[in-house]
Design a protein around this ligand. Sequence first.
Ligand SMILES: *Cc1c(COP(=O)(O)O)cnc(C)c1O
Length: 404
Amino acid sequence: MFKINDNYLKLPGSYLFSTIGKKVNAYAAAHPDKRIIRLGIGDVTQPLVPAVISALHGAVDEMGDAATFRGYAPDLGYDFLRNAIADNDYKARGCDISPDEIFISDGAKCDSGNIQEIFSLDNRIAVCDPVYPVYVDTNVMAGRTGTYDPQGETWSNVIYMPCTAENDFTPELPRETPDIIYLCFPNNPTGSAITKGQLQEWVDYANKVGAVIIYDAAYEAYISREEVPHSIYECQGARTCAIELRSFSKKAGFTGVRLGFTVIPRELKAGEVSLHSLWARRHGTKYNGAPYIVQRAGEAVYSQEGKVQLEQQIAYYMRNAAYIYQGLKDAGYTVSGGVDAPYIWLKAPKGMSSWEFFDYLLENANVVGTPGSGFGPSGETYFRLTAFGSYENTVEAVDRIKAL
Ligand SMILES: *Cc1c(COP(=O)(O)O)cnc(C)c1O
């Protein structure tokens, strides 16, 4: 008789986006005359830039010709893409990362979920609160998190690092010692960023206690301030304690195209065993590579035209972010984020809970956002708006909120 992995049964239902969907649909059905503006979901809306489209077309044509047809991609990625990443994302920023330390994948969600497989079940993880839910849920599936307390919405074997207004939404070093530390900066959902000096403290701490940092830099392309590092490898000593995750989803609008990568420096070791060799083994065994066509599209992101076009695309979203930030501030809201990330994090006014404010905004401004409590207990009374909408919709949504 077969048995299931009953760790899956421990997962509390994640009703966040389905509850939002149900509430919005019910409101829309009851008020067909209202135009609802959605600034809730973290998905891009602008089309792929011309340099990427042209690379996709070119690669499709190559696949139709026996002389240039490609079959299975190399497990770890094509050299043309790994070289472009090493040169542009790392060498150009003074980071010592070689192409063979870069593992191409189809996105950072899978990588952030799969990376825990190469670690023992005995490891204790530390996460920010609020947090991108994938880090915790995948450790639940593996059986690493202990028991769930529905009251506190926490797991007994997870170390939570509250990110609140008091610490400017950046975590403090935990009192208990973790083995694996998940950090995501610029942050989803709070939109906060970390300075190079602050990140250096985490690297020093991880090296001191023998922990590994899994650094999710999915929003790196949105950084505007000089003091915010684009990569954890800008910090001294990160090669012995850090894995970095990157994605083309928010950087280049690839949420539906699918491309990302993970960096594991060769010096990152547990005793004599390098994590690089474990992840290479895992990738080679369970993964057959991101599509050639998509890797060519990824290469175009680093071309001269691609860079210019994407800078404009990110500026478009960040103009939305600035409009939301300033508009809400002018209206008396307490707001943060929106400077190095496409997310604005605001405090629900008048003592409202996250969900009370969700309903209030839906009913009175016909604007949809995401309740902060959906990302963890410290997100309660907060609310996330995204800058990924069109400029026209963003302006209208903010103006409606201001008029309340
Ligand atoms: C959007 C996002 C990603 C990217 O995921 P992909 O699978 O590459 O689309 C990764 N981490 C965080 C925190 C995100 O918000």
